[in-house]
Design a protein around this ligand. Structure first.
Ligand code: PMP
Length: 374
């Protein structure tokens, strides 16, 4: 059958063409997120007749796309965000790359783009990250942000399954999200727009999910809030913060037990790698100390009440870019919910502890199954 002849992604077929004009490295402290890219890119074409073609690492360059390419009209695009870190021995490490690959495959399958063998793409990304390792500063907090991307390239205005696709990975050296230490953010709860809904695609990393989020973000910024908080439904469930998963810590009114809460993966929440890591660490370290760790729905009213009664301990966003981002306050329907920080504090204890635990694993301070040596 024709399907049997389709080639799977084969890392052993990788060819490397090195750049003739290597870039000069920028001073680490001058790095701006996502502005500078490394010397090369990884690119793999796919088509319906042959499957995955030979992977190539080539000098970083423009793409050439027909103006009728389906990505430009119907948003056949999905992506990932992950980082490569340099450990104290100069080795390049990835953090839980299997998680990103799994999510990437789920995203691409949802928009009729091809899937791939996760281990092969991890191998290719590893080789790419190693080739670019001179771009990764060895100071703590610095890393190489990797952006695996898949687009439908078929030339057609017909709305249908893309017959060809391009998977590419570009890399951008990045500095610490909070160069001078945590800075707790103020959020505006968005009550006039929703990010995701049941049966939708909010749990997939599709480019199309991101563009509509900018206007509510700008609205929040125009009123002095750094980020917006996404709510859902009449109940005003708290879902995500900007492009991060949201965590809150509260003391239970009846039992006095402390509870770390994040929204459940009900299809409206991106399955964050950081979210999963925080839950894992919390179950390992906080649960034995008496904490309840919950993936459950919670509402703005619940946070408001907890604050009023002095039971809201802390709140923070969680994602690859910052690991954690402490929240000082949330504006909600003209009221202000204070999230447990004193005026002099920029982070709660859990956020601080989680950042420390996760960073130690990412930089390979000790061996851990989440850290993948390339
Ligand atoms: N939610 C959204 C909407 C995101 O874009 C991201 C960033 N990928 C996250 C959560 C956090 O996910 P991760 O921890 O995998 O970076």
């Amino acid at each position: 059958s024709q399907a049997a002849q389709l080639r799977g992604l084969d890392a052993s077929k990788l060819s490397i063409t090195k750049t003739q004009s290597p870039k000069t490295l920028r001073k680490p402290e001058d790095l701006v997120f996502g502005k500078e890219f490394t010397d090369h890119m990884l690119a793999i074409e796919w088509n319906l007749e042959q499957g995955w073609l030979e992977p190539k690492i080539v000098p970083y360059q423009n793409l050439s796309l027909d103006p009728a390419s389906c990505v430009l009209h119907y948003a056949f695009e999905c992506f990932e965000g992950m980082k490569a870190y340099k450990d104290k021995n100069g080795r390049v490490r990835l953090f839980r790359p299997d998680r990103n690959m799994e999510r990437f495959n789920k995203s691409s399958a949802r928009i009729a783009l091809p899937t791939f063998d996760p281990a092969s793409l991890i191998e290719l990304i590893s080789k790419f990250a190693q080739l670019e390792s001179r771009f990764i500063p060895d100071q703590r907090g610095y890393s190489l942000y990797l952006r695996p991307t898949m687009i439908g390239t078929q030339k057609t205005l017909g709305v249908g399954t893309p017959g060809s696709a391009l998977l590419f990975v570009i890399a951008s050296p990045v500095g610490p999200y909070y160069p001078t230490g945590f800075k707790a953010v103020a959020l505006e709860a968005t009550d006039y727009a929703v990010r995701a809904w049941p049966g939708g695609v909010g749990d997939k990393k599709l480019g199309a999910n991101y563009a509509p989020c900018i206007v509510p973000q700008q609205e929040a910024a125009s009123r002095g809030f750094q980020q917006n908080l996404w709510l859902f439904g009449e109940e005003e469930y708290v879902t995500e913060v900007g492009t991060m998963n949201m965590f809150v810590a509260i003391t239970d009114k009846a039992t006095g037990q402390k509870e770390l809460i994040t929204a459940p993966l009900d299809g409206t929440i991106l399955e964050g790698v950081t979210r999963d890591s925080i839950l894992g660490l919390a179950r390992e370290h906080l649960a034995p100390a008496g904490w309840k760790i919950s993936e459950r729905k919670y509402t703005m009213q619940e946070l408001y009440d907890a604050d009023q009664e002095g039971r809201l301990l802390e709140a923070f966003g969680a994602g690859t870019a910052a690991i954690v981002s402490p929240v000082r306050k949330i504006s909600w329907k003209g009221k202000m919910v204070n999230c447990g920080l004193k005026d002099t504090e920029e982070s709660g204890e859990i956020a601080l502890q989680m950042k420390d635990w996760i960073e130690k694993i990412q930089y390979g301070d000790y061996e851990h199954e989440w850290s993948y040596v390339t």
